[in-house]
Design a protein around this ligand. Structure first.
Ligand code: FES
Ligand code: MG
Length: 576
């Protein structure tokens, strides 16, 4: 593109404004970091938005990574400025990292808009660090590229593959039934975290990495490259080079994130067996960029898509194997009949063209479209009196025999109630019961915690039973599995019908007909409703109070009502 046709750089409003006093102020203080004058004279200025934090171990390597991005930016003639944003460590933060996704998105949005930036590189990894930064960037809508930090190397314990997270859900059973000792546990802990990087199952972090690649927001093949593979550094460097070109081409997020890109992402998420968390995050991103998307789209577009990837928790391999087998490009190529191949990606080319030469190196890990691991893999969206605005289940992670099931409810009013009662030998529960957990939705927990995949009672595990129907208004970890109905909307804490379920009620789950029903007559429900009072808020000040007042229900992506949409990149007033 000739220089004449290039868009005017936003950063020049700061560095070369009409008012020279302002220009002096904006340049002079930055110079204390040692920049030559040409840094301020018309070179594209790129913000490297870094979610590095030692409290987000999955992103612990991103500080070093930024240097490779910077190298690429400088090589292409741009000027890099790295900045930190709120980082959300999935395994550490209480009560749940999801409570802070919207906060991190606000931080990202406001920092981008307030500063002299022309293009953005998002360095992401752990679950919420991808959607939060993408949501924030969408509300500003500058040219933006994502560099996913990459998964850890495969977990290996005593000769067997162990997947991050997925192993944790087996722990209770191992201690109960397989003589697993505290020493075994210490060993397993380090074996499942062998290197820098995020969870190496197809959990939420890997799902998010695949999501951004599917949306066209990364260079081709970025999602599966392990964090410690030298190719990841090359990718970071090339992304740095590319963002400078994207600024010159004015290739903004809204040009890439079209309805077609979202449809591709839904279909590819089904094909890789991605996490249910994908739903709330994709809905929130669509809301920011202004693309119509609703919960039904996930079922309509995704539920008939075959499963092509054999990774835990749905299958048996891990992300390193996925990378070695060819990664997401192979899936994209296999899925070409289903996708909008013409959707443009950050490298300026259509997604179909980018991946047309992909080759599968291990058919045990990535199946061909003619011989999938499962015929139908995506997410099923359920409706019924228990979930008027929807609920979701991931059939590929569930037990086929339980997909149509009627059972008596065993109700836990809160997460504390669950912990207190679950291993009580007198709890009236058997394998046909339906476990019901209330108060774990966006408002109720608060933050919609990943507690929906409740552990089974000891006495049932001892019988060798590994799965039961469980329903809640919460989420589950992308590394988890089971016949678990999640994201019930409206949630119990704001008076959804889930609030009225009592132990002993019959609950009908009918996934083939997309139904979840509480079999209690209207008059009785009316009586219960009249006696119902909402639970007291957990906290009444600070961010949590903003959160509970503003968060939307899960079927809308659990974004804040006032954050939906975008304000663009223009700021007319200056500080002086
Ligand atoms: Fe960070 Fe799983 S805990 S990606
Ligand atoms: Mg998680």
């Amino acid at each position: 593109m000739s220089k004449k046709n290039q868009p005017k750089l936003r950063s020049q409003e700061w560095f070369n404004p009409d008012d020279e006093k302002q220009g002096f102020i904006h340049r002079s203080w930055l110079r204390n970091q040692g920049y030559p004058d040409d840094y301020f004279r018309g070179r594209p200025v790129i913000g490297i938005c870094n979610t590095w934090s030692e409290l987000t171990p999955c992103n612990g390597h991103l500080r070093e990574f930024a240097e490779f991005v910077k190298k690429g930016i400088l090589e292409a003639g741009g000027v890099p400025f790295e900045f930190p944003v709120t980082s959300t460590g999935e395994t550490i933060m209480r009560p749940t990292a999801m409570l802070f996704r919207n906060l991190a998105s606000m931080d990202t949005e406001e920092t981008i808009r307030a500063n002299p930036l022309d293009g953005i590189v998002l360095l992401t990894g752990c679950d919420k660090t991808t959607p939060s930064t993408v949501m924030g960037a969408c509300s500003v809508d500058l040219p933006t590229i994502v560099v996913p930090g990459g998964p850890m190397l495969n977990g290996k314990y005593k000769g067997e593959l162990i997947g991050s997270g997925t192993f944790v859900w087996q722990l209770k059973d191992k201690i109960q039934n397989e003589g697993f000792t505290p020493e075994d546990q210490v060993e397993a802990e380090i074996c499942s975290s062998r290197s820098a990087g995020h969870c190496m199952t197809m959990g939420t972090a890997s799902t998010m990495a695949c999501m951004v690649e599917s949306l066209g927001l990364t260079l081709p093949g970025a999602a599966a490259v392990p964090a410690v593979d030298s190719r990841k550094k090359v990718l970071a460097q090339l992304s740095g080079r590319r963002i400078v070109e994207m600024v010159k081409e004015d290739l903004k997020l809204s040009k890439i994130l079209t309805r077609k890109a979202f449809e591709n992402a839904i279909k590819l998420n089904a094909a890789v067996g991605g996490s249910t968390n994908f739903i709330v995050h994709l809905l929130a991103i669509a809301g920011r960029i202004g693309v119509e998307l609703n919960l039904k789209d996930f079922d309509n577009l995704g539920s008939k898509i075959p499963l092509l990837v054999n990774l835990m928790p749905s299958g048996k391999f891990l992300m390193e194997d996925f990378f070695d087998a060819g990664g997401l490009p192979v899936v994209i190529k296999q899925m070409k009949e289903h996708l909008h191949n013409e959707a443009i990606t950050v490298n300026g080319k259509p997604i179909g063209e980018n991946n047309q030469r992909a080759e599968c190196y291990n058919p045990e890990v990535i199946a061909s479209i003619d011989q999938p691991f499962l015929e139908e893999a995506g997410i099923a969206v359920l409706y019924g009196n228990l979930c008027e605005d929807g609920a979701v289940i991931k059939p590929s992670a569930a037990t086929p025999e339980l997909m149509s099931h009627t059972g008596k409810a065993v109700v836990f009013e809160t997460i504390e109630d669950f912990h207190e009662k679950i291993d009580d030998p007198n709890l009236d529960i058997d394998e046909n019961s339906v476990m019901v957990l209330k108060g774990v939705g966006p408002v109720g927990y608060p933050g919609m915690a990943e507690v929906g995949n409740m552990e089974l009672p000891e006495k049932i595990l001892k019988k060798g039973i590994k799965d039961m129907v469980r329903i809640s208004d919460g989420r589950m970890s992308g590394t988890a599995y089971g016949t678990v109905v999640l994201h019930i909307s409206p949630e119990s804490s704001i008076g959804g019908l889930l609030a009225l379920v009592e132990s002993g009620d019959n609950i009908i789950l009918d996934v083939p007909n997309r139904k979840l029903h509480l079999d209690v007559d209207e008059a009785e429900l009316k009586k219960r409703k009249a006696a119902w009072t909402p639970p007291n808020p957990i906290m009444e000040r600070g961010y949590v109070s903003l959160y509970t007042r503003s968060v939307q229900q899960s079927h809308l992506g659990a974004d804040f009502d006032f954050l939906v949409g975008k304000s663009g990149s223009e700021v007319t007033r200056d500080a002086h």
